[in-house]
Design a protein around this ligand. Structure first.
Ligand code: NDP
Length: 252
């Protein structure tokens, strides 16, 4: 009995913590070879080691996805060493809420650089591999991490939410474009998940809101999102979960 993702090669960005880390382990457990990508090399090495000790196959590539040249080099390495990717979990992201009148341009730019431009760098570098794999084997997956913030209104989260609306809308268009080539495009829109995402928040109001939420709502854990990604990747090639909202039961 072979595992559902046996023979597949997954690239996971933002794999050094949180949702990406859990998803890399999940996909490896389902039989995929996984390439784990983020900036913190030690974290990636420890994760790759854990995956290998559990019987999986992992390749760690330290790269900043806002650096298009570095992402291109990572894709070349995946092609040379593993024959290309057929599953891309495009997940690296950052959330920096602040009232708009504070004009926190550095934080605006960091979110746009990573959540939009970084996401595009990864799509640009790996989509040819996905298309080639789908032509050869009948299916490939491009899974983008958006957020419930793409749909719902969260004051002070405007820039973050707008970057995620970009991710959701882009994915719908890419799905229409790539579906005919047997590449499934999916968007995951999680509600709140306890990860390092919250650790980067500096705005007092947002920190208070998060603290209040943590007290009243049982937040998701990264493995909850990882299972969703594993589930959709293992579906028959004709089935494309286009957009999946995963909420904590208690989050409004
Ligand atoms: P984490 O902060 O735990 O993970 C973010 C990951 O992105 C880390 O692995 C980080 O690694 C990586 N990363 C950050 N900057 C870069 C960069 N320039 N180049 C490459 N990798 C980078 O947060 P989450 O796991 O929560 O976030 C994952 C995704 O989920 C994000 O897109 C986030 O917006 C989304 N999301 C999260 C929700 C939540 O409540 N947690 C809810 C909805 C969506 P490193 O620093 O080593 O580079």
């Amino acid at each position: 009995t072979s595992l559902p993702l046996a023979g597949r090669t997954a690239v996971v960005t933002g794999a050094s913590s949180g949702i990406g880390e859990a998803t890399a382990e999940e996909l490896a457990g389902l039989g995929a070879r996984v390439v784990v990508l983020a900036r913190r090399a030690e974290r990636l090495a420890a994760l790759a080691d854990r995956i290998e000790r559990a019987g999986g196959t992992a390749l760690a590539i330290a790269a900043d996805v806002t650096d298009r040249v570095a992402v291109r080099a990572a894709a070349d390495r995946v092609a040379a060493e593993l024959g290309g990717a057929d599953l891309l979990f495009n997940n690296a992201g950052v959330m920096l809420p602040a009232p708009v009148e504070e004009v926190a341009v550095d934080q605006w730019q960091r979110q746009i650089d990573l959540n939009v431009s970084g996401l595009m760098n990864v799509i640009g570098a790996f989509t040819p591999q996905l298309v080639a794999a789908a032509a050869e084997r009948g299916v490939a997956d491009l899974v983008n991490t958006s957020s419930i913030a793409a749909q719902n209104i969260f004051p002070t989260f405007a820039v973050y939410s707008a970057t995620k609306a970009y991710v959701t809308h882009l994915s719908r268009h890419l799905r229409a474009e790539l579906g005919a080539k047997h590449v499934r495009v999916s968007t995951i829109e999680p509600g709140i998940v306890g990860t390092e995402l919250q650790d980067h928040v500096t705005d007092r109001g947002a920190l208070d809101w998060l603290a209040g939420s943590r007290e009243t709502v049982e937040w998701l854990v990264p493995g909850d999102i990882a299972r969703t990604v594993g589930f959709l990747a293992a579906l028959p090639p004709r089935v494309n979960l286009q957009q999946v909202t995963v909420m904590p039961t208690g989050q409004a």
